[in-house]
Design a protein around this ligand. Structure first.
Ligand code: B1M
Length: 209
């Protein structure tokens, strides 16, 4: 079995030590960080998500898988983020209020930093007010919101409404992403764009800045 598949399987078992050692081994063998990320870590997490959906596994297993994901991600992050390009602009990012999923949002942050943007990461459970205040105070032109739960998606719309109320809609652009979010949803709530993954978020931000 190839090393990337072994990383995916170790992640599914929640075996963080093996994910850490296999990721280190893969990097020593010059495997592309993006390949380790997409075909190992994200692929493993996709299987976990599906097994959780059909009640084959439960929250403790998902938590262990998330911990194992970070054991690999922590090693890949410096490689994805190392661009050496001076900052091209500021982006405020966060996972919306009520939502604690932060793996995807962190990946988006890593890719943006790698593309040379200064990222102000507000973490998870971020209110519309906190997004808008951080963007205003840091003079950031972009707010990037992530949501993984259908129940927290409306917070994205509330943030856009808040920008409107404060007269900032033309100055600060809201972009949205996360597994349940879509292009249609983004235009319904008045966000300027929908990002499918970290790379597409980078493309959008480059276009907007
Ligand atoms: Co939760 N969870 N979870 N969970 N979890 C999902 C999202 C779920 C789909 C699982 C399922 O049922 N199959 C389901 C949501 C159902 C729904 O809303 N329709 C679910 C649920 C129900 C829950 C709880 C409610 C469970 C419970 O308590 N009963 C609970 C909610 C807690 C809360 O937030 N208030 C919960 C808890 C958790 C854990 C804490 C155990 C853990 C999170 C750990 C962490 O993040 N630190 C967890 C996990 C790991 C998942 C799954 C399995 C994996 C999510 C993930 O990290 N994926 C997830 C199933 C799934 O998504 N298939 C699930 C990997 C990550 C790289 O992908 O986040 O999609 P993703 O990010 C991608 C893109 O979406 C995009 O780029 C990223 C890179 O490609 N992207 C952006 C993301 N944000 C973006 C922003 C952008 C642009 C692109 O621009 C700004």
């Amino acid at each position: 079995m190839d090393i990337v598949t072994r990383i995916s399987e170790a992640l599914q078992r929640g075996d963080q030590d093996t994910v850490a050692s296999l990721t280190a081994e893969a990097l020593e063998h010059d495997l592309e960080p993006r390949m380790i990320l997409d075909d190992g870590l994200i692929a493993g997490m996709d299987v976990i998500g599906e097994r959780f959906r059909i009640h084959e596994i439960f929250l403790p297993e998902v938590l262990l898988a998330a911990r194992a994901m970070y054991a690999g991600l922590d090693q890949i992050e410096p490689l994805l983020a190392a661009s050496g390009i001076p900052a091209r602009g500021k982006v405020v990012i966060g996972t919306v209020q009520g939502d604690l999923h932060d793996i995807g949002k962190n990946l988006v942050g890593i890719m943006l930093r790698g593309a040379g943007f200064e990222v102000i990461d507000l973490g998870n459970d971020v209110s519309p007010e906190a997004f808008v205040t951080a963007a205003r105070e840091n003079e950031a032109r972009i707010i990037g919101m992530s949501a993984l739960l259908t129940t927290t998606m409306p917070v994205m719309g509330e943030t856009v409404e808040r920008l409107e109320r404060e007269g900032l809609r033309d100055e600060i652009h809201a972009i949205v992403g996360g597994a349940p979010v879509s292009e249609d949803f983004a235009s319904q709530i008045g966000a300027v764009a929908y990002g499918f993954d970290g790379l597409s978020a980078v493309e959008i931000v480059k276009r907007l800045v």
